[in-house]
Design a protein around this ligand. Sequence first.
Ligand code: HAM
Length: 437
Amino acid sequence: MALSKKPYRGCRDFFPQDMRVRNYLFDRMKTTAERFGFEPYDGPLLEEVELYKAKSGEELIGEQIYSFTDRGDRFVAIRPEMTPTLARMVASVHKETTKPIRWYSIPNLMRYEKPQRGRVREHWQFNVDIFGAPENLAELEVFSLITQFLASFGATSEMFSILVNDRKVVDAVFNKLLNLNQDQSYKLYKVIDKAKKVDEAKLDQMIKDIITDTEQFNIFKKYLSLTNFQDLKSFLDDNNLAKDCDSLLTLTEKITSLSLDEYIVYDPTIVRGLDYYTGVVFEIFDKHPDNSRAIAGGGAYGNLLSIFNEEPLGGIGFGLGDVTLRDFLETHQLLPDLSNADLDLLVVNTDEKHNLENIILSNALRKNQLRVESHLGKIKFNKIFKLAESKGHNVVAIIEERDEKLSVQLKNLKNRNIEFFEPNETEKIYKYIEDAK
Ligand code: HAM
């Protein structure tokens, strides 16, 4: 039986046209992160499964991880997320590194998931994290970066929201108001995480399986119905919880001073599926009804370094997937037309006796930083312009004999202007091409 030409389920081949989009997205990620003073890092594709077991959570370990035992009997996994690797790396250098540490990365990650819109098995994830910054300031920096990153594509607050909650608020509601034990709290976290994905009756049933007391059930439903920071504040005041949750309340004031309030919305159902978050948690949510989903998610984690026996060093960051970003940009028509390569010049010859002159001219022009494609071998005259246009060139150079002398005919494919040069007039040829850009 012939082998399939398709990639492994849930994974993608990146043909040149896909690679153009990927590079475009990655360039924006790098530019924005570096504009905020973040430095790039990377880690290995494989990690010991123990690293994820320590803090990532049941769903990732039990259902999504690609794991195997290597030839040396080590139980390893293909990285399903970057944060544990980042924590391991930070743990090994943080003592001698000036704080705050600001690092970014764009790793490919693998999760065994059911492929569907916005969900694949291999995705690339823009990770941005800050360690050791004073409380609230790192959150503001990360929110500023996200809004500027999406604004660089033309996205506005009409198109996306940053849905915010705080695990301290959820813990206060669970422990002080509902008196839940650890097991009930853990289960209720998982229920809230699924709250938007199930209908109300199903949700109520899931809650009742954990909270049997009607009064407590109603308090919890009241919490779930909060839609803004004002209501949250009243709810916390009424229930004597405000002092346990003052960091989120202070953060909201600062958000307003930075004019970030047009993006940020309080959402009690945001708790995040990963276990290591301990503070503010958030998701970037697409407001378009056709693509109502999270583009990115993140939060603050206070104790991740403790798994390496290090002193606590708080971190906060987010991961933004390439697939969800592309869906968002396409839904809002913010992705430019990248169907063609953007090249400066195609050099062709119609007679094979000029094959070498073609390469010589191409090499001379490449020394001037031009992106030059040398068409290898002769080509029929009537095929030249179609080929050049299909490949996204701005200009074509045709090497041919005119009046028994070798000449270079340049044609600007945008305005159809034609000029003739001698092959050694590279400066003039260069200028012609620059002017055609
Ligand atoms: P996460 O919520 O698991 O967080 O993933 C973050 C983002 O990665 C999602 O919002 C989505 O854009 C993308 N993503 C995740 N899984 C898939 C998938 N199967 N297919 C396509 N895209 C996907 C984390 O991974 C945290 N480690 C992020 C973080 C960094 N928190 C702090 N720093």
